[in-house]
Design a protein around this ligand. Structure first.
Ligand SMILES: Cc1cc2nc3c(=O)[nH]c(=O)nc-3n(C[C@H](O)[C@H](O)[C@H](O)COP(=O)(O)O)c2cc1C
Length: 141
């Protein structure tokens, strides 16, 4: 298993409906490729965590990087992981408040054998908002 996390800046012209399209297109593609993870959006910035088989993660990240919907894609982590953090979510979507987003983006993500505190913080954030999200954004098969 492999995981990549990054932050990026949304293109200035990105509209709300385009964000929704990215989420639904990501869910469709990720379900096909065995990718799971979560996408965060706050004040024009994305933070995404992708996990799956290494080849599939690399292929997906290449597609993400190529998207013109965002720029300044900056890796937080890119490493082997022991197990998935978000196995139920082909791509969960949430909108952290600005302080939560800054905390996530500035956490230490890289680890050696295991992921750093960033992934733990993301898992905690997701667990806290999951009950509410479960009603709004059902997981994909
Ligand atoms: C913030 C963001 C997250 C994305 N996440 C995924 C993803 O999880 N899986 C995937 O296959 N593609 C992902 N993509 C790529 C989109 O599915 C789609 O291929 C891309 O947005 C199309 O390019 P365009 O934005 O230039 O029109 C992502 C794109 C962006 C901007």
């Amino acid at each position: 298993m492999h995981a990549i996390a990054y932050v990026s800046a949304a293109s200035w012209s990105l509209l709300e409906e385009q964000i929704q399209r990215i989420v639904s297109e990501s869910r469709r593609l990720n379900a096909l490729h065995g990718i799971t993870g979560v996408l965060m959006y706050c004040d024009g910035n994305f933070l995404q965590y992708l996990e799956g088989e290494e080849d599939a993660v690399m292929e997906t990240f290449a597609r993400v990087r190529a998207s013109e919907s965002h720029y300044q894609v900056s890796e937080l982590m890119n490493q082997t992981i022991l197990e998935r953090e978000f196995s139920d979510w082909s791509m969960g979507f949430s909108r952290p408040d600005p302080q939560e987003f800054v905390d996530l983006a500035s956490a230490r993500w890289k680890g050696s054998a295991q992921t750093g505190p960033g992934a733990s913080l993301l898992r905690l954030f997701w667990a806290n908002c999951r009950t509410q999200l479960a009603r709004e954004t059902p997981p994909c098969p």
